[in-house]
Design a protein. Sequence first.
Length: 325
Amino acid sequence: MKRLFSGMQPTGSPHIGNYLGAIENWIKLQDEYDALFCIVDLHSLTIDYDPAQVQERIYEMAAVLIAAGLEAPEKCSLFVQSHVKEHAELAWLLSTVTPISELYRMTQFKSKSDTHKKNINAGLLTYPVLQTADIALYKGEVVPVGEDQVQHIELARIICRKFNNRYGEILPEPQEKVSPAKRIMGLDGNAKMSKSLNNQIDVIEEPEAIWEKLRVAMTDPARQRRKDPGNPFVCNIHTLHTYFSTDEQIEWVREGCTTAGIGCFECKRVLADNIDQRFAPIREKARELLKDKTELKRILDAGAKRASEIAAETMDEVYRAMGLR
Ligand code: AMP
Ligand code: TRP
């Protein structure tokens, strides 16, 4: 089986964008690949954060992933990045073959430098080198991600290629596998759903909170509506219906919206109920797992153990090739 790797930052509770853009895909792929999934705590240090919350967030993410259907450690490995020290080690080695000009080109570096003007740290710039190390450490060939990460995977290929040219064919060039839901928009309707923009609905959100957020969510932007009156396809609520509602309900929305037969309130109410119904079992199971963390600890320990074994082998090979052993 081909090796697959992906990661998610524990910067907050996983939201609908993470779920549709990554988690759902991960669950499907765990059957088809030798899969390693990583909670990338080291990456999450590159923007302002509260050290007192890190552990809680890691466990919350692990709980949602397991509750949603990742079968670790049986079908895949789930682990925390900083538990396998080789990630930071390989990132350093790879930084010596990474052109700094490539790092400055990254869209994510530019946008995060913009939104976090008071904290443009070196880690924010070298972030894609650590991401490359994550994948290369396990000789990952396939990397499922949302659209926003494609540029980082392209750079990972460049870095692996440069390494191989200089030191021999050791690191496979990874290939991204973009999820069908590649870019879920936030509730503001004009930027991708993201924890840092606070425009998200979390997977384990309570029903009342889902409704409160949806109630005031943007529908179709007025500018679009003037250009294209009555077209439900420009409305983010309609888009969300396509992920959470039945075919009949989607048709009801389409028909009702174009003929003004239903109002936004009604349309949102149905969506809120569907989101709640879809996530209720995950929410319950995740809460259960978080009550007593023994099971989560067992899963993460088993993941780190397996990951460490593979990582140690790769590092040995890399150190030798680079002349350090
Ligand atoms: P992050 O939360 O930035 O660590 O992202 C974890 C995974 O979720 C990555 O594969 C992202 O591409 C994906 N992702 C995050 N936000 C969205 C979104 N709004 N739509 C689709 N995928 C997303
Ligand atoms: N940078 C990714 C994100 O924000 C998370 C990540 C870290 C990742 N390392 C990775 C994704 C390796 C895929 C492979 O979404």
